[in-house]
Write a protein that binds this ligand. Structure first.
Ligand code: SAM
Ligand code: 2KA
Ligand code: SF4
Ligand code: MG
Length: 218
C-alpha cells in the first residue's frame, strides 16, 4: 500500500532540473517530523515548508499496488509525447518508494526523480537523485546526482556534505515555514544573502532558489 498526500503537474522549481515539467508525487509521512505543528519544535527537521500529513490533497489517496499508483501518476502527465517525468517527494519518499514502484513508473515511460533527506538507503533504478541533508540526521546515501542543502542550518556547514559524491552542490536559502506562497519574506531575503555570500566565497557551491514560489505555481 502506497500513501500519497497529493500529486500535481508543475515545473520543478529547484536544483539542476529547475524549469522542467514534472508530475510531483508527494508521499505521506516523514521520519524526521510528524508533520504536526505541536511537534515541530522538538523535531529533528524543524523548518519544513510542506504539509505531508494524510492522503487528502489534490489527486492524493491510497494505492494498493505499484501499478495502480504508476497509472495514476502517468495519467497526470497531460501530453501524448514528451519525456514524462515524475518527482517523488514528500514527506520522505524513501519510506515508501521501492523497486517495484520504480519499475512500474519505468513501464509507464516515466523518468524517476527523487527528493530525499538522505537518511534512508535508496533503491536501484532512480534516474535523478537529490539529497537534501538535515543538520541533525545522519546521511547514509553516499552518491547522488545533486546535493541541495537548505541554508543556513546551525551546525550544518556545507563543507560537511562535500564527502557525498555528486555532480552538483546547491545551497537553497531557508524559507520560513509559514511564508506566503509568493514573494519573499524578510527571513528568506536575509538567508538568500547569506547563501549568495557563501557561494561567492566557495565556488563549488551554486545558489538555487525555490522558483515555483517566485512564479506562484505549486
Ligand atoms: C519537503 S522536502 C521533501 C523531501 C525530503 N523529505 C527532503 O527533505 O528532501 C522537499 C525539499 O524542500 C526543502 N525544504 C523544506 N523546507 C524548506 C524551507 N523552509 N526552505 C527551503 N527549502 C525547504 C527540503 O530540504 C527538500 O529539498
Ligand atoms: N514546483 C515545485 N518544485 C519543487 N521541488 C521540490 C519540491 C518539493 O516539495 O519536494 C517542489 C514543489 O513542491 N514544487
Ligand atoms: S523537509 Fe523533508 S525531512 Fe524535513 S520534515 Fe519536511 S519532509 Fe521531512
Ligand atoms: Mg516544496
Amino acid at each position: 500500500m502506497y500513501r500519497v498526500k497529493e500529486a500535481f503537474y508543475t515545473l520543478q522549481g529547484e536544483g539542476a532540473q529547475a524549469g522542467r515539467a514534472a508530475v510531483f508525487c508527494r508521499f505521506s509521512k516523514c521520519n524526521l517530523w510528524t508533520g504536526r505543528e505541536k511537534d515541530r519544535a522538538g523535531a529533528v527537521c524543524n523548518f519544513c515548508d510542506t504539509d505531508f500529513v494524510g492522503t487528502d490533497g489534490q489527486n492524493g489517496g491510497r494505492f494498493e499496488t505499484a501499478e495502480a499508483l504508476a497509472l495514476h501518476i502517468r495519467g497526470l502527465w497531460p501530453h501524448a509525447g514528451g519525456r514524462p517525468y515524475v518527482v517523488c517527494t514528500g514527506g520522505e519518499p524513501l519510506l515508501q518508494l521501492d523497486g517495484a514502484l520504480i519499475d512500474a513508473f519505468h513501464r509507464q515511460g516515466l523518468e524517476v526523480g527523487v527528493e530525499t533527506n538522505g537518511t534512508l538507503p535508496a533503491p536501484e533504478g532512480i534516474d535523478w537523485l537529490c539529497v537534501s541533508p538535515k543538520a541533525d540526521a545522519e546521511v547514509v546515501i553516499r552518491r547522488c546526482d545533486e546535493v541541495k542543502l537548505v541554508y543556513p542550518q546551525p551546525l550544518a556547514l556545507p563543507e560537511r556534505f562535500l564527502s557525498i559524491s555528486a555532480q552538483h552542490y546547491f545551497l537553497s536559502p531557508m524559507a520560513s515555514p509559514s511564508a506566503p506562497a509568493s514573494g519573499q519574506d524578510e527571513i528568506k531575503q536575509s538567508n538568500t544573502r547569506l547563501a549568495t555570500d557563501y557561494c561567492l566565497a566557495h565556488p563549488q557551491w551554486r545558489l538555487t532558489l525555490q522558483m515555483h514560489k517566485i512564479v506562484g505555481i505549486d
